[in-house]
Design a protein around this ligand. Sequence first.
Ligand code: NAD
Ligand code: MG
Length: 345
Amino acid sequence: MAAMFRPLKILLPATKHPPVRCCSGFISRMRYLNRLKEDDEACAAALQDGVFFLFHRLSPLLQRTERGTFRPAEVHCTDLQSILERLGSDGSSVKESVLIGCSEQNQAQFCLDVGELDQAAVEEECQGKFVDLRKSFFLLRRAEAPLVAKGQALLRWHQTSGFCSATGQPTQRNQSGSQRVCSSSGIVYYPKMAPVVIVLVSDGKRCLLGRQSSFPPGLYSALAGFCDMGETLEETLNRELAEEVGLEVHSVSYSSSQHWPFPHSSFMVGCHASVSPAHTQLKVDHSELEDARWFSLEEITAALKVKTPPRRGDAPSLWIPPKHALANRLIVEWVEQQRQSEKVE
Ligand SMILES: NC(=O)c1ccc[n+]([C@@H]2O[C@H](COP(=O)([O-])OP(=O)(O)OC[C@H]3O[C@@H](n4cnc5c(N)ncnc54)[C@H](O)[C@@H]3O)[C@@H](O)[C@H]2O)c1
Ligand SMILES: [Mg+2]
């Protein structure tokens, strides 16, 4: 029988999600940002007083804090101009920055790739280090990682969208970097994200995780798949589970979402789904997944305690995606739910 899908519902109390910002400060910031996106002159003025996150060939610049943690280096516009001058640049590249946000102090935030400058010289000037995005994403705090990922995704989009796919003519960006327009046809291009559904399936006592052969040893994650053209989220979820593990689920609920920068920009929609304990047999498609298995609460609890991936030569042990990944959030939510239902029983 085909799986039945109820409308997606919010699984957890709203307090588990980032608070909805309802103060007037938030509204005015959002309106200011929207104006900067649309109005080239206003954005050019904001560049003169903005803060900049620097990248070198798409790797973000990080600084070590006194506590030994990492944060993205923030450079004020006037400091940036002097640094560029000292490194022999005329500063014209600043207008290639992309707008990524607005601080609580209403200061516009931009990202700039200084890939044309000597990497070590910029690092010395800024007392930081350019670190590959995959590494830096997991070194940063949960609040900062998405900002850096967003900046890198936008910079990458501009670097690869210089020409119109209809006319082959150059495209020109607006000042904020929120769009590009073909100089010949006027076609407007916006940054693209690929929608992906990620789902944690439970049979009531165990949850289902899988691994691709490209994953590091021992790493298992919730199952994920790109949406095909024309599909609803529920249809993608249904198809992916059928394709990858031969399962039909009987209920689906929405948890939360995230922008995922790897390997390119995806918009990940996280869901929970259930199967009845009588229909848990897996038929894994090994062309897609190296392995998929049901894991008990004890196994998942132990995996959540693994803070660093096992090193080469260590005994193989289960570990799951780190805390910035939506898969981790789904797994933590499932563990909380299991513990709550254990208390009730
Ligand atoms: N944030 C997280 O917690 C988390 C966890 C697991 C997976 N992911 C991400 O989810 C994404 C999808 O997972 P998957 O690899 O299992 O997907 P998948 O099962 O759809 O298989 C990937 C294959 O789908 C095809 N494909 C179709 N549309 C595509 C598109 N727009 N872009 C790229 N490939 C496309 C390609 O052939 C590709 O090899 C991956 O990029 C992965 O990084 C994120
Ligand atoms: Mg998949």
